[in-house]
Design a protein. Structure first.
Ligand code: DON
Length: 581
């Protein structure tokens, strides 16, 4: 293989802790939060505090994850939820790892063509707004299973803080108001949602005012008293089904009664000696992060440097190939035979590397598989406890405030996760993803996700907990945080804050956050054939939440004496906080 990189490949192979690259610090990044006993990093400061309190009261990381999940449903309604779904990656102190899939399932009455008109064209908005967009929610079942199997605390103890925050209300800070802005217009159209998230005069809430959610407090109290049955078999399911029937949806009581969490083997791979554990199908996240890392392992990224044209070219080409696989081959494992072992094979990564020209951009449409013709919201939180149990959770309503509807009397915002399916092969969804048959809609099927709650260990010990929202960009956001720590020597806060790039095969563009690439780097890339586009809308670049163990950066770890837990919430996140004790 002819390559620009041949002269330095041997350097990569020998890359070890002792060859940690030296990078300049980002003056703009604050210091990571430091703690010795436990760390909770979430997108809302009150929810992080709830998690720390659970840890301090003797709960483990799973207990804290459950309490934070319920609390975010109250204090971060744009994405935190009981009416949506998500994934939890767990690494226990003994090294055992597992994965809970509590993502939404398609209703029994769903059909492959439910979002198409009689000319087979997509009906705009149908998979995004209102009850037809709603998948059967999984968060409550997921949190309960996590608590029963891996937690130590009683349900009431973990739901208590969320119930209090909903019943007594919480004071809104600027970050809350910012995240509400994305939803105000849509929520105004649904009377039950407007009654909660807008003031009686129809105006949005302001900083310093208190948001009370009485109906949500009652729904959460029902779960606290009676467990999942209260949500899936009782009054909450009845109210959601009734509202859905009244407003053109297809949710039925059986959808709720039949909902089951799946406990799955996480995806595992090794990158330069680090063991990565992440989300398996029905997420594409773990597989695609690993596929990209396997390709990139053959390039000396540390030597080539953060943000250099050669590093970005290698990243973009690896992303291009991996997203073709994502969009054409992956789907719900109960419905599709996912080629996971092929995609995780280092030999397959080598084949991809051999196709990548060191001088020229690839052409996405030449990779079109046969038969394949925006502010968004999700949230991620990372937790580690005193014993070293680590939990990464990404859960979502999909778009900001989901389908924008609340079933009257429940206080529960419902998701619009159905849009993650392929409504029509070849036609882009909310995140511009052009997907195929493997992700077609079918009753009880789960739409393919990009959510990537990830835990990394080194020499059998937890090293990093990481994940982010960001739709199709979740994969590259999580990936880049990992590369920034392992290859570029950044501390966890810098790694999360550093400007990002993204490529997802189609559209055939390198998206860059402002300042990610210098003008001359962009010139080199466009001379190679890349189309580089600056995406100024900060809200689509995610809000990563990470923890690094043993130091704030690799060099801090190597020097010894770094703080045990180093937490970082993305500087893009408006009201989040990393809190430890
Ligand atoms: O599961 C997925 O891949 C999407 N529903 C995630 C949506 C998301 O991250 C929106 N937030 N920015």
């Amino acid at each position: 293989m002819q390559t620009r990189f041949t002269t330095v490949v041997s350097f990569t192979v020998s890359l070890a802790l002792s060859t940690i690259p030296i990078t300049t610090a980002f003056a703009a990044s604050p210091e990571p939060a430091k703690a010795e006993h436990g760390m909770v990093v979430s997108a809302q400061h009150l929810a992080s505090q709830v998690g720390v309190d659970v840890l301090k009261n003797g709960g483990n990381a799973v207990d804290a994850a459950v309490a934070v999940g319920y609390a975010l449903a109250v204090v971060y309604p744009t994405a935190g939820n009981v009416g949506g779904g998500g994934f939890m990656t767990i690494r226990l102190k003994d090294g055992k790892t597992t994965f809970l899939d509590f993502r939404e399932r398609a209703p029994l009455a769903s059909t492959k063509t439910m979002y198409l008109d009689d000319k087979s064209n997509i009906v705009k908005g149908l998979s995004l707004d209102g009850y037809l967009a709603v998948g059967v929610p999984g968060s409550v079942a997921g949190f309960e299973l996590a608590r029963e199997k891996y937690g130590t605390k009683k349900r009431e103890e973990l739901l208590g803080p969320a119930i209090r925050l909903a019943r007594d209300g919480f004071e809104l800070v600027q970050g809350d108001i910012n995240s509400f802005k994305a939803g105000n217009k849509r929520l105004a159209k649904d009377p039950a949602a407007a009654a909660i998230f807008l003031k009686p005069d129809g105006k949005p809430y302001a900083v310093g005012e208190t948001l009370v959610q009485t109906d949500l407090a009652a729904t959460l109290s029902g779960i606290s008293d009676k467990g999942t049955d209260s949500f899936y078999k009782g009054a909450t399911a009845d109210a959601i089904v009734k509202a859905s029937q009244d407003k053109g949806g297809i949710l039925a009581k059986q959808d709720f009664e039949q909902y089951k969490v799946r406990e799955l083997e996480p995806v595992k791979c090794n990158y330069r000696g680090y063991d990565i554990v992440s989300s398996p199908p029905p997420s594409s996240g773990g597989v695609i992060i690993c596929e990209i890392l396997n390709v990139l392992e053959g390039y000396p990224l540390s030597y080539l440097g953060y943000g250099s044209a050669e590093t970005v070219h290698a990243m973009v080409e690896a992303m291009r190939y991996a997203y073709v696989d994502r969009n054409s081959a992956l789907g719900d494992p109960d419905f599709v035979d996912n080629p996971v072992s092929k995609l995780l094979d280092k030999a397959y990564a080598k084949e991809i590397r051999e196709k990548i020209s060191p001088f020229k951009a690839g052409v996405s449409k030449e990779l079109m598989p046969k038969g394949l013709g925006e502010s968004h919201e999700t949230t991620h939180y990372s937790i580690i406890d005193d014993e070293g149990n680590a939990v990464a959770v990404t859960y979502t309503l999909n778009g900001s405030f989901g389908a924008g509807v609340v079933a009257p009397g429940t206080g529960v915002l419902l998701n619009n996760e159905m849009d993650d399916f392929t409504s029509k092969p070849g036609v882009p969804n909310l995140y511009g993803l052009v997907q195929g048959e493997a992700n077609a809609i079918a009753p009880k099927k789960t739409p393919l996700s990009s959510m990537s709650p990830t835990i990394i260990s080194k020499d059998g010990k937890p090293f990093m907990v990481i994940g982010s929202p960001g739709g199709s960009r979740i994969i590259t956001i999580t990936l880049e945080a990992i590369l920034n720590v392992i290859d570029h020597g950044m501390n966890i806060q810098e790694a999360i804050d550093a400007p990002r790039i993204h490529h997802q095969w189609l559209p055939d563009k390198v998206y860059m956050e402002p300042y990610a690439l210098s003008a001359d780097t962009r010139k080199v890339l466009s001379d190679m054939g890349h189309t580089v586009q600056i995406d100024k809308d900060w809200s689509i670049w995610g809000q990563a939440a990470g923890i690094l163990v043993g130091g704030a950066s690799l060099s801090d770890i190597e020097r010894g004496g770094g703080a045990r837990y180093n937490g970082a919430i993305d500087s893009r996140a408006s009201s989040g906080e990393a809190k430890g004790y």
